[in-house]
Design a protein around this ligand. Structure first.
Ligand code: GUN
Ligand code: ZN
Length: 434
């Protein structure tokens, strides 16, 4: 294959570390006039345009953007494919919301054609919003995951997904069994895990909808294949937490249920964690598990305020999740807008560089993929986005008053959304153009 080398010139920004660990100033790298060089789907160089240009061949293809910022592709560590059709459902908190809106909507995925149609809409929506990697819940139907991975594979996207395992406390039309959930997951793992840039996540929905037998089978799968992911929900809503205590009286709280069935580990991502206690954060951190912080969902469903400072105290890996359809936007920029307010309501601050970290390198670390995505370091996948400073008249005017990259970044996260994403690149290919 001939070598394909391209360069992109613009302002360029990426995270280097968690600001909570190294301080804000050492947490990022910014090039006001930067150059990003891509070779065969990977980043081969990053630096100041003035430094790099002389070393490049005179005929190299360079795309030069004015009034734009290149950052790594955004990483959504928690989202539901089969809830695309029910974003913004009125009036309920978690448990009633699941029964009233979620389960009926997910039941439509029994139809393969429906699964394929929504997978297509869903992936386009991710890319329009600058999300290049997501950790995705399918429905209980294996075809939801097949449809998603087939569409992702065509675009060579780095994606992680799994079929929901759910064998109780849900309508009959939407349950598997401990045995069928195990066998169906296994078949999907064999077909997809490690194929191209795709990875599989064992996906018990949450403790209330799995029997002890099913949770044990989920843990068994994790022991049978290397590098599998595990995703589930935890401590999102107070009624939910009480229900888990009633269902598993022999266990020492919600996290201990998952711990008992061997579901904690370096590739385990627990969504929400709004009502986790100190000891549970410590145990999550100790096992290398991660939490997906889902602020738009936590506000929309009235679940509560995630305690990010407590997670930081325990050095717990935290990524950002939209949690569509409990969350109300596919945009991780809008998700950061709400994250800022969640911190404000707790008397805490969320710096724009911490926000950048959460949506990029933090997410990559939560997924143990920081050697491949989440930064623009040479050697990593060429998954990046171009943000347009003139996306809307207000953004354009407002950014003219910004004095430095910190202010610019904060305004992008406050006013920005899908309109702000001019282009999205995955493995060096342009996969979205506004
Ligand atoms: N807990 C169990 N299932 C779900 C779900 O689909 N969405 C959210 N937000 N929480 C859950
Ligand atoms: Zn969720």
């Amino acid at each position: 294959m001939p070598l394909t080398r391209k360069a992109y010139r613009a302002a360029i920004l990426h995270s280097l570390a968690d600001p909570a660990e190294v301080g804000v100033d050492a947490s990022y790298e910014y090039f006001e006039d930067g150059l990003l060089v891509i070779e065969n789907g990977r980043i081969s160089a990053l630096g100041h345009a003035g430094d790099l240009l002389p070393s490049l061949p005179a005929d190299i293809d360079i795309t030069h953007y004015q009034d734009a910022l290149i950052t790594p592709g955004l990483i959504d560590t928690h989202i539901h494919l089969p809830q695309t059709g029910m974003v913004g459902a009125y009036g309920e908190q978690l448990l009633d919301w699941l029964n009233t809106y979620t389960f009926p909507c997910e039941s439509q995925f029994a139809d393969k054609a429906h699964a394929e149609e929504v997978a297509d809409i869903f992936i386009k929506e991710l890319l329009r919003n600058g999300t290049t990697t997501a950790l995705v819940f399918g429905s209980v139907h294996p075809q939801s995951v097949n449809a998603f991975f087939e569409a992702a594979e065509k675009l060579d996207l780095r994606m992680i997904a799994g079929k929901v395992m759910m064998d109780r406390n849900a309508p009959d039309y939407l349950t598997d069994t401990a045995e069928s959930g195990y066998q169906q997951s296994k078949a999907l793992i064999e077909r997809w895990h490690g194929k191209g840039r795709l990875h599989y996540a064992v996906t018990p929905r949450f403790a209330p909808t799995s029997t002890p037998e099913q949770l044990a089978r989920a843990g068994q799968l994790l022991g049978e294949y290397p590098d599998l992911y595990m995703q589930t929900h935890i401590s999102e809503n107070k009624q939910e937490v009480e229900w888990v205590k009633a269902l598993f009286p022999e266990r020492n709280g919600y996290l201990d249920v998952y711990d008992h069935y061997k579901l904690l580990g370096e590739r385990s991502v627990f969504a929400h964690g709004v009502h986790l206690c100190d000891d549970e954060c410590a145990r999550l951190a100790e096992t290398g598990s991660a939490v997906a912080f889902c602020p738009t969902s936590n506000l929309f469903l009235g679940s509560g305020l995630f305690n990010l400072p407590m997670a930081e105290k325990h050095k717990l890996n935290v990524g950002l999740g939209t949690d569509v359809g409990g969350g109300t936007s596919f945009s991780l920029l809008q998700t950061l807008n709400e994250a800022y307010k969640v911190m404000q309501l707790q008397g805490a601050r969320l710096s724009p560089f911490k926000s950048l970290y959460l949506a990029t390198l933090g997410g990559a670390r939560a997924l143990r993929l920081e050697d491949k995505i989440g930064t623009l370091q040479p050697g990593t996948d060429a998954d990046f986005i171009v943000l347009d400073y003139n996306a809307t008249p207000l953004l354009s005017y407002r950014l003219k008053q910004a004095n430095n990259i910190a202010e610019t970044l904060f305004v992008l996260m406050t006013l920005g959304d899908d309109r702000t994403v001019l282009q999205t690149y995955a493995a060096g290919n342009r996969v979205h153009q506004r």
